[in-house]
Design a protein around this ligand. Structure first.
Ligand code: ADP
Ligand code: MG
Length: 208
């Protein structure tokens, strides 16, 4: 399959968000475990609450909504349902990406990568973090950059980025309060970001 020329329709985005919700359901306990030593042990619960609401919201969404409108709806849903830092950050990612996609009924892979790039930039601006600060950006930035190569490359780069947060000292978010004690633990948000990009790659490969 030549993914380079594929065009992504609304159904593709519905399947991505459903795959993301399923991954969050599967991994919620692990995300919360990761958030225990360097956070407040709620990341899995936050993601589960947010993505369950996204799934419910999409079920009732206007059937005529395009990819951009769907992502904006999902982003607004995350912002309004998740209390933790990750809600506004992921909500901004999806809202900004959706806004960038505009009203087109189908988008190219290149347009999707560019829109996601804009979304990631908005996350960095909102949270004031950069790669290397031990946050979700450590998976999102390399993952979205690797989308220029392929979807599987994006999955691998995001996963590698999440694993690479282990030796980092946290400079943003709750984990930063721990200073040196944040070293040696994988960042929960980078881990959930890797799940979201893996869900995207699975969807592009037609795996559910
Ligand atoms: P909270 O920290 O409010 O309990 P969560 O536990 O749901 O929220 O999410 C924590 C994750 O959010 C962290 O692991 C980190 O990846 C991400 N995060 C926190 N602050 C920031 C920030 N300023 N910029 C980017 N990501 C951040
Ligand atoms: Mg937390």
């Amino acid at each position: 399959m030549d993914e380079g020329i594929a065009v992504r329709d609304t159904e593709f985005f519905r399947r991505w968000l459903e795959a993301a919700t399923a991954a969050v359901e599967r991994e919620a306990d692990r995300l919360t475990e990761l958030d225990s030593p360097i956070g407040d042990a709620d990341h899995g619960a936050n993601m589960l609450r947010g993505f369950t609401a996204v799934r419910n919201g999409l079920a009732g969404a206007d059937p005529a909504a395009g990819p951009g409108a769907l992502l904006q709806l999902a982003g607004r849903t995350l912002i309004s349902t998740v209390g933790g830092a990750s809600g506004p950050l992921y909500g901004t990612l999806l809202r900004r990406t959706g806004k960038e996609l505009g009203e087109a009924p189908e988008v190219s892979d290149a347009a999707l990568q560019q829109a996601l790039q804009t979304g990631v930039d908005a996350v960095a601006q909102l949270g004031g973090a950069a790669p290397g600060d031990k946050t979700m950006l450590d998976a999102l930035v390399p993952g979205v950059a690797a989308l220029g190569t392929s979807y599987p490359a994006a999955r691998d780069a995001a996963q590698a980025g999440a694993l690479a947060t282990v030796p980092i000292l946290a400079r943003k978010g709750r984990a930063s309060y721990l200073g040196e004690r944040s070293i040696g633990h994988q960042d929960p948000g980078a881990t959930s970001s890797a799940l979201l990009l893996a869900a995207l790659a699975d969807t592009a490969e037609g795996v559910r």
